[in-house]
Design a protein around this ligand. Structure first.
Ligand code: T4K
Length: 378
């Protein structure tokens, strides 16, 4: 397509994502009972209904809702017993800042393990060398919904008696080898933020292997209150309220349909970008069913002829707002680089400089994808 023609079509802004939303009527229907009961929060009936629906949908037993994914990570570390003075958690530097902040905010030291160059998830073959007597847990990230090597990670965790808390923020509804992704590790933390494939405005959920750990999590997210007269933990407030639970209930009805739309859009991108030298598409682990939350591409400047930032700027000037998820690698950020004794993670640093998340959401059309690809391919 000629540049002039692209520019004529570029009046409409396209953002990296756009949240799924119910109709106003559907939402009013779901929140009506809240106005009648005046139960607004603290595990009310809508909260419990949402929780039950999610357990059925994900086919898991121990699921707790949370105010957001970040607090889910912080409290999951505590609930599974990964917090101890001087404790270390092995994680990936190629993630959203929340993963590492959660570790540090709970008084633990992040130990950065490099990623696999194809999956962009933590490289299990590099984990063992980082384990010390202080290591309490591994926090891998199913980045962009790409499933980590869960089997190898579990084998290492079993060998060294470590906890595994998956940052599953991008992975809602995904399965691996026929099982919910939440059934791997000691805990998996989902984000229901507005920018995710499934959202409850803000929100999240944690799936636990053990019911006991979930019980502790529920207590920790409600000030550590055990019963009316007993407070047994130094907890906080990380509960989801009834209005967000209602929003989640409405969105859950549309989730499977939305994923099909996102899948078709991702396949359209694939068809335009698959054979372009210098562009690498997202990897999917065999045996996984994914949710198409993100559409990341890696741009190798030497082969493609333009670098990631040039493509980002070119798209921006055409009102297409891609995002550099996730740049820079966390251990290249000054607040981390200066404070911690850093591991060298060259693959993460290279990938962070080449990655670009292209717009992907159910409101996009195939023409929009063509418009985006036309700009990229010039
Ligand atoms: N672990 C990982 C691996 C994560 O990626 C995240 C969150 C977490 C943990 C923590 O989960 P939460 O505590 O958030 O539940 C966003 C999100 O705030 C964050 O949830 C997400 N990851 C992260 C990757 O991205 P921003 O700052 O990039 O979002 P923002 O506001 O720039 O939105 C992007 C685009 O989406 C906008 O340009 C327009 C559109 N948008 C956004 C919002 C919020 C809308 O159309 N409507 C909206 O309401 O962080």
């Amino acid at each position: 397509m000629e540049t002039k023609e692209i520019n004529e079509k570029s009046g409409v802004h396209i953002y990296v994502t756009q949240p799924s939303m119910p109709t106003l009527e559907e939402y009013i229907h779901e929140i009506q009972p809240i106005f009648e009961s005046r139960i607004l929060t603290n595990r009310g009936p809508v909260h419990r209904k949402f929780e039950k629906l999610l357990k059925q949908f994900l086919k898991v037993d121990n699921l707790a809702l949370c105010v957001n994914g970040h607090m889910g990570l912080e409290l999951a570390l505590e609930a599974v017993g990964a917090i101890k003075p001087g404790g270390e958690v092995i994680t990936t530097p190629f993630t959203f800042i929340s993963t590492v902040h959660a570790i540090v905010r709970r008084g633990l030291k992040p130990v950065f393990c490099d990623i696999e160059p194809d999956t962009l998830t933590i490289d299990p073959d590099k984990i063992e060398a980082l384990i010390t007597e202080n290591t309490t847990a591994i926090m891998p990230v199913h980045v962009y919904g790409t499933i980590c090597d869960v089997e190898k990670i579990q084998a290492i965790a079993d060998k060294y008696h470590l906890k595994v808390i998956y940052d599953a923020a991008h992975t809602f509804g995904e399965t691996y080898k026929g099982q919910s992704i939440g059934s791997y590790g000691d805990a998996s933390v989902f984000s229901f933020h507005a920018t995710k494939a499934f959202n409850s405005i803000e929100g999240g959920a944690v799936v636990f292997k053990d019911a006991e750990n979930m019980g502790r999590f529920l207590k920790l997210q409600n000030f550590g209150i055990e019963s009316e007269n007993i407070v047994s933990e130094v907890g906080c407030n990380a509960k989801m309220d009834e209005f967000r639970a209602a929003f989640g209930i409405c969105n859950l009805k549309e989730f499977s349909k939305n994923i099909e739309i996102r899948k078709a859009l991702a396949e359209k991108y694939d068809s335009r970008l698959r054979d372009v030298p210098g562009i690498t598409l997202k990897y999917s682990r065999e045996g996984s069913v994914e949710n198409y939350t993100y559409y990341p591409v890696l741009i190798d400047p030497e082969t493609f002829g333009k670098d990631r930032d040039q493509i980002y700027n070119l798209l921006s000037s055409n009102n297409i707002h891609a995002r550099k998820y996730f740049y820079p690698a966390i251990n290249d950020l000054p607040i981390y680089k200066e404070q911690w004794n850093m591991q060298i993670t060259p693959i993460s640093s290279r990938v962070a400089g080449q990655i670009l998340a292209l717009p992907l959401y159910q409101g996009l059309s195939m023409d929009d994808i063509d418009r985006i690809c036309d700009v990229i391919l010039g």
